[in-house]
Write a protein that binds this ligand. Structure first.
Ligand SMILES: *[C@@H]1O[C@H](CO)[C@@H](O)[C@H](O)[C@H]1NC(C)=O
Length: 418
């Protein structure tokens, strides 16, 4: 305990000390007197061979600029550890430091990952001329994982998980401007929460609310308090009109309230206490309350699997069941998209994912929309400007194009009818 106090004391002393030391104007004086070492040019250049990351300098009061250089593939690196000296750089994005047993030194090598393997497969197919016109090389991030979204040329971009699975969030592909604004932070967070927590607990875990593009909804509530957040990072913003208590005010009072994003305004109107919910979320919270009440009353209940699953935007999702037992494709408000539907006990019903219906809704104003099956799934063969190709369930091209549908590997006699 005495030690602990001493530590605490020293720690406080240090804090106070450093606060005084690093006061305004200190760096100016320090640099004038001691100068700064010239940082390597890598961070300022950032081209294919010279790149790096600006970091706070590990020197007094972080005064000097500091550039951590990225080591290129095949060059020497150090994995760190006792006796290996100070690191002056790290392997560049997608690379990792690997010890070579033949000479005992370490080198930066490409990481082994599913995304890199997918890139290698693509490259191999490209060399043998088997890549389709609307296919592209998978994008991987600096850790070798799949990039946060996938774009289909002249179509849409949709969010994907680090493992490359398609997840919630889709927007019209308008080229590089779309790619700059597509972050999928909310969609990926919800996915991670579902994957890592949901499977082990009895009650559904509520995830942050996302918008249709996979970003954070500008309004997020914790209990009865609602905040405006940054739509890219999800971080709570501070300031006037950025926080309300539902017991007193509706969300419409928030500065970031956007009627275009409020699909169920009936929930946010009326008398206090106000709500901020959707039919699906309301359904889930009511069932949770019922569940907890039954436990309190001493009943043994198993509601496992009987909770509706809400999508990250808080809706029931695109595939809905109507009162006749048919499945339909629906938009965010729950309204049927065109006449996409499937009767129970049919293969169309079982396989229904409404991905094509959803994509054509996103592409509503586009001239060349994909062709959907009656159940809203992508037709296996899509044609555009005289050329046809096979696509997967998400609309991604698989294999080469042909002007003759019978030569496509996915061709079947009834290809027009799905
Ligand atoms: C990157 O920049 C450095 C320094 O300006 C230059 O020497 C090098 O040739 C450049 N590399 C490429 C690939 O452009």
């Amino acid at each position: 305990m005495a030690y602990f106090r001493l530590y605490l004391f020293l720690f406080c002393l240090k804090l106070v000390e450093s606060k005084i030391l690093c006061e305004l104007g200190f760096c100016e004086k320090h640099i004038r007197e001691h100068g700064c070492p010239e940082p390597p040019i890598h961070c300022a250049v950032n081209n294919a061979t010279h790149s790096g990351l600006w970091l706070p300098s590990p020197t007094l009061c972080n005064c000097c600029p500091y550039c951590l250089t990225f080591i290129e593939e095949g060059d020497h690196c150090s994995a760190g550890g006792p006796g290996t000296g100070a690191n002056v750089g790290r392997c560049g994005d997608g690379l990792t430091c690997v010890r070579d047993d033949t000479d005992g030194h370490s080198y930066c090598r490409r990481m082994t990952s599913d995304c890199h393997t997918a890139q290698d497969n693509f490259d191999a197919r490209l060399r043998s001329g088997q890549v389709g016109a609307l296919e592209h090389r998978p994008h991987c991030d600096g850790k070798g994982k799949f990039a946060s979204f996938y774009c289909i040329p002249a179509h849409t971009c949709f969010c994907q998980s680090e493992e490359g699975e398609r997840i919630f969030g889709e927007v019209l592909n308008l080229g590089s401007s779309t790619e700059r604004n597509m972050h999928c932070g909310c969609s990926r967070l919800s996915w991670k929460i579902k994957k890592s927590i949901q499977t082990g607990v009895r009650l559904p875990v509520l995830t942050p609310r996302c918008t249709a593009d996979g970003n954070f909804h500008p309004i997020q509530c914790i209990g009865n308090i609602c905040y405006c957040v940054d739509t890219v990072t999800g971080i709570i913003e501070e300031g006037d009109g950025k926080e309300i208590d539902l017991d007193e005010e509706p969300v419409t009072e928030l500065e970031c309230y956007n009627p275009r994003l409020d699909f169920f305004p009936e929930f946010s109107r009326g008398e206090p206490p106000y709500q901020y919910t959707t039919p699906c979320l309301k359904d889930v919270t009511e069932k949770i309350d019922m569940f907890l009440q039954s436990i309190e009353d001493g009943f043994i209940v198993d509601y496992f699997n009987s909770f509706p699953e809400c999508k990250p935007d808080g809706t029931y999702g695109t595939v809905l069941e109507n009162s006749d037992g048919m499945k339909i494709c629906a938009d965010q408000r729950g309204v049927q998209i065109k006449d996409y539907e499937a009767k129970p006990d049919t293969p169309e019903y079982e396989a229904m994912n409404c991905n094509c219906a959803q994509t054509s809704l996103v592409m509503a104003d586009a001239l060349e929309k994909p062709v959907c099956c009656k159940n809203g799934n992508f037709r296996r063969i899509q044609c555009r400007r005289g050329m046809c190709r096979c696509v997967d369930t998400d609309g991604r091209q698989v294999g080469t194009d042909s002007s003759d549908v019978t030569r496509l590997p996915c061709f079947t006699a009834n290809w027009r009818d799905c």
